[in-house]
Structures are given as C-alpha cells and as structure tokens.
Design a protein around this ligand. Structure first.
Ligand SMILES: Cc1ncc(COP(=O)(O)O)c(C=O)c1O
Length: 388
C-alpha cells in the first residue's frame, strides 16, 4: 500500500490524522484538474460555463457518502474555514452563552474567543470526565450545563487532543429541543467514522475530506440544515452573493439556492482539490478500503494497549469511544518537544507528541500504508527514550 502513496520512504509516518496523505491516483486526478484549468481558464472558472456544473457534481457524490442532500453542503478550504463561517455569522449578544467542551481544537477555541470579544457572548467550557466510558456520562455534563442563556453548542465529533469520538446525538437532540444552535466540528470524521448528516440533524457541521477520505488538501465541506442556511453569510463577498430576502428556497445569481451560490462563487480560485473528491471516493471503493481500515484500527488499538501496559497509564476512553485508527496515548511526564524531536531525528518516526491539560500525549494514526514493523519501531524507540 505504501507504494500507492507519495509519502517519502525515509520515515515511518504515524501521523495521518493531522493532514492526511493523498494516494498517487487521487493526486494525479487533482493535477489533471489543474491542467484542465490552465488549458482553458475561462471555460473552467467562468460561472456561466463549466464551474457550476463541476462543483455540483461533487456535491452530489459527497452528499451520497455523507447521508446528506447535495443542496445542503458547500465546498470550503478546510474545517476551520467552514466553522468560521458559522461562528462569525451567528447573531449573538451580551448575556448569551456558547457551550463547548475542554477537548476542542485550538484554532476553533480562538475563533469562539474572537466571536465572544466581538459580541459579548460568553464561552462556557465543560470538562468531559475522563476516561470516557459511557454516553450518559458525556451527555449529562453537557445537558447539565445548558441554561436559558445557552445559544450555541459547539462540539467536536472526533476530538483532536484525545482522539475520542464524542457520542453527540443525544445532546444535539436536546439542544434542538431547547432552541440551542448546534455547531459540530467533524474535521476528522469523513471516512473515519460512519456519518449520516441527515440523521444526526445538527444545525451546522464541517468536515475535512483531506484527512481520512484522502482527497488533496483544500477539500472540505460545510453542511447546514436547510432551515438554518439563511443564518449564514460568507466571509468573502463575491459574485455569488445577494442580499438575504426570503427563505432557503431563495435563488442565487447562478441558479442554485442563495446558500450554494454565496459560498461556491467566491472569487477566482483553484477548485481542483474539491473536484478530486470523487477520485478519492473511487480509490477507496476500488481498494475495498473498509478492510484496510479494520486492519489499521486493530493495529492502532493493539499498539495503544501495549504502550499503555508499558507505562501503566490508562487510555482516555473505552474502545467504544476511541476513534478508529487513531489513538491518543497518555505518556509519563516528559519533555514532549524533546521526545518528538528524538523520535523524528533519531528513529525517523513522524508522530505528534504534545501536552494537553497536564497530560503528555502521543497520538498515533494507523493507515493502510503502515505495517506491524512501523509500530514495533515506535514501541522500541519509546522504550529506549522513556526507559519504560
Ligand atoms: C477537531 C479538529 N477540528 C478542526 C481542525 C482543523 O482542521 P483544518 O486545519 O483542516 O481546518 C482539526 C485539525 O486537525 C481538528 O483535529
């Protein structure tokens, strides 16, 4: 499998989770789109020609994969952008509360901090009890923190520092019943965790296709439930924008809904990454990726259990709540920067090591291109460096 990826072969790559890795045939499709663009830029980019049709084709394919309607999702560059669109569109005021967890991704914590500074709304961060072993334990702390001031619930579906899958369905439903807007950060989720956006029925959801779906960087989506699409304004105003005047059925200037046109047409840009999403889906189908994912998941879990046994430190969640293929492993107290450097420079292992809430954490990701030898090398290196 490693042969099918562009990853340099002078390292062991255990960090698919950060930015993904694009298989060669998918990258080729990406470059083919870019060549097509440069051969006839007007035909390709002009909204009256191919652009609208090409973009829509991908929405249809991706929506099928995600259990969504093609008109409820738009392409964005990354999950951060998608979530910024939502956070910066919401009408909040002093006294309002944005409820969130203590496992959120740093860039999004900053986003809500800015929103809070601008609007006077307060961010309320709930501590999720660890280890995460049951859905009720998770839902209870979130639901208990909901008040009449709570206007927004912002949660990761798959968490970054702890690589947990938050069981979000019940809190999303509860928020809906109370009129609280749910904004879900699904950066890791597409092609990692089963996702049906219609069934989840949150208000807003953003996900990356460049991580576990293995599309090129720059391919992500923002999904918005039909009846809340009118709440959103793009961060960049371009030809696709028109003033809001009516419901979600309001047409935009290019024949789609206003929601789609506003976000799809946002200045001259290269949409090749987005257009390569069908190639990534096809690649996974052709290679029966589900089987590779199962093997990778098993290897990830075994590796995490082995390291946990060596350190005597338990993992952050029971197997049901640990993300597939990606495990955050708490380590004994150490200099995380030095450990990361030694793993890379001495043992040629690319793997994230960081500090989160007083824990030293190693987060391994296992993808089809990883082998048992890769994790054996990791365990040997950790044993040596940390004297386990
Ligand atoms: C939970 C979570 N949210 C958001 C992001 C941001 O993703 P991006 O940089 O692609 O926008 C990440 C990145 O790893 C993440 O783990």
């Amino acid at each position: 499998m490693r042969e099918l990826f562009l990853l340099s072969d002078d390292m062991i790559f255990l960090n698919h989770g950060s930015f993904g890795a694009c298989p060669k045939p998918v990258f080729k499709a990406y470059q083919d789109w870019q060549l097509k663009l440069e051969r006839q830029p007007v035909e390709f980019i002009d909204q009256s020609r191919d652009f609208i049709i090409n973009m829509k084709r991908v929405r249809i394919k991706l929506a099928e994969e995600l259990g969504a309607r093609p008109d409820d999702l738009v392409g964005v560059t990354n999950a951060t952008e998608g979530l910024n669109i939502v956070a910066q569109s919401l009408k909040l005021e002093p006294g309002d509360e944005i409820l969130t967890s203590d496992h959120e991704y740093g860039a999004l914590e900053k986003t809500w901090e800015l929103v809070s500074n601008r609007t006077g709304a307060k961010v309320i961060e709930v501590e999720i009890p660890l280890p995460l072993v049951s859905e009720p334990a998770f839902s209870k702390v979130i639901i208990d923190a909901m008040t009449e001031r709570t206007k927004v619930l912002f949660l990761s579906h798959g968490t970054s520092p702890t690589a947990l899958v938050f069981p979000i369905k019940r809190v999303v439903d509860e928020a809906r019943a109370r009129g609280i807007i749910t904004v879900i950060d699904g950066a890791h989720v597409p092609s990692l965790i089963d996702l049906n956006l219609n069934d989840l029925d949150a208000d807003f959801y953003a996900g990356n296709c460049h991580k576990w779906m293995m599309a090129p960087k720059g391919s992500a989506f923002l999904w918005a439930r039909r009846d809340v699409q009118t709440m959103l304004e793009p961060l960049v105003i371009s030809h696709g924008w028109i003033p809001q005047s009516g419901g979600p059925e309001q047409k935009g200037p290019f024949g789609n809904s206003r929601f789609i046109d506003c976000f799809e047409v946002r200045g001259t840009r290269d949409p090749a990454a987005w257009l390569s999403i069908p190639a990534a889906l096809e690649f996974m189908k052709q290679h029966n990726w589900g089987e590779f994912a199962k093997h990778s998941d098993l290897l990830a879990r075994k590796t995490a259990e082995t390291i946990s046994r060596l350190t005597g430190i338990p993992l952050f969640g029971s197997p049901n709540y640990c993300a597939p293929q990606m495990v955050a492993i708490p380590l004994p107290e150490c200099d995380v920067e030095d450990l990361k450097r030694q793993l890379y420079e001495t043992f040629s292992i690319e793997v994230p090591v960081f500090r989160w809430k007083g824990h030293c954490i190693l987060r391994i990701s296992i993808q089809a291109y990883n082998t048992k030898e890769d994790v054996t090398r990791l365990i040997e290196a950790l044993t040596k460096i940390l004297k386990l």
